[in-house]
Design a protein around this ligand. Structure first.
Ligand code: FE2
Length: 291
């Protein structure tokens, strides 16, 4: 990964940073191939979790909650027909893989704990960033679904709010294939909702009725080549459209929270204690990974 000087003032002003050429193209290709292999090996017969942010209630089945400490594939909304059969090849039906790739898969681990990323985190003011969640977003050609406008702090809440997203374009991202869209400066608008785990399942609690920016008119596209890192403040409203092109648009996203912040027990993502969170700059512990 490439080292560079960061514009910390721009991050404070805009709530995001675009670092083109941060990751080597060879590393991006390696992660794409690894994600394909994970999807290939996944048995859709066993678990058919679907991922969507469009509905008020995101699927909160056991597999979704268990994915906090595992590697799980989630299918596109309309991947299966009425009879429960896949409409197309499995590899082309996966929406995303989550959520502990960075601690369980050696390729994603090496990429996530690269010292260059820890340097970026330090440069934007993170003191002790713990890598809490990772995902590969496939954005399949034609069917790769929209991700509704949201703030990451809704899903990974801490007090104070510290969640920070590191979004890597593994393939070129543009308006036609569902790139990120952001609301520059929108991170200063406060948190709108919290996604809470409760006795009756997951619910969205409204903390501020101010609407999120309307997509796409009130947002700006972030068109970037493969290898680009986009850093996202946890309160920055962002969105991505459906992929309407004939080519896939794969991305890898890693989220961190500060070690010192309070992480409530009602957050959906609760790590198994046998898989403790690690700092971004913490070198891999082979003994645990090989177990
Ligand atoms: Fe997000």
């Amino acid at each position: 990964m490439t080292r560079r000087i960061l514009d910390r003032d721009a991050y404070a002003r805009d709530g995001f940073l675009v670092l083109e050429g941060f990751a080597e193209l060879a590393a991006c290709r390696r992660l794409c191939a690894r994600a394909e292999a994970i999807a290939d090996a996944f048995d859709p017969g066993a678990q058919r979790s679907i991922f969507t942010t469009r509905e008020q209630t995101r699927r909160s089945d056991d597999a979704f909650l268990a994915s906090a400490s595992g590697i799980h594939c989630f299918f596109e909304e309309d991947a299966f027909d009425e009879a429960g059969a896949l409409r197309q090849a499995k590899a082309a039906s996966i929406n995303k893989i989550g959520h502990a790739l960075h601690d369980l898969d050696p390729d994603f681990e090496r990429f996530s704990y690269d010292p260059a990323l820890a340097e970026v985190a330090a440069a934007i003011g993170l003191r002790e960033p713990l890598a809490i969640q990772s995902m590969v977003i496939f954005k399949q050609p034609q069917i790769g679904g929209e991700v509704g406008c949201h703030q990451d702090a809704t899903f990974l809440y801490t007090d104070p709010i510290t969640v920070t997203g590191f979004w890597f374009a593994l393939e070129d991202a543009h308006v036609g294939n569902g790139c990120l869209w952001v609301a520059p400066g929108g991170h200063r608008g406060g948190l709108r909702q919290r996604f809470r785990r409760g006795a009756g399942g997951m619910t969205f609690e409204t903390v501020d009725r101010a609407p999120l920016p309307r997509a796409p008119d009130e947002l700006r596209p972030v068109e970037v080549p493969a290898g680009t890192l986009v850093v996202l403040h946890g309160l920055l409203p962002h969105w991505s459209d459906q992929n309407r092109s004939a080519a896939r648009r794969m991305a890898y996203a890693l989220h961190c929270v500060e070690a010192g912040a309070d992480y409530p027990a009602w957050n959906w993502l609760q790590r198994d204690p046998s898989l403790p969170l690690r700092r971004l700059d913490r070198i891999a512990r082979r003994d645990r990974l090989d177990r």
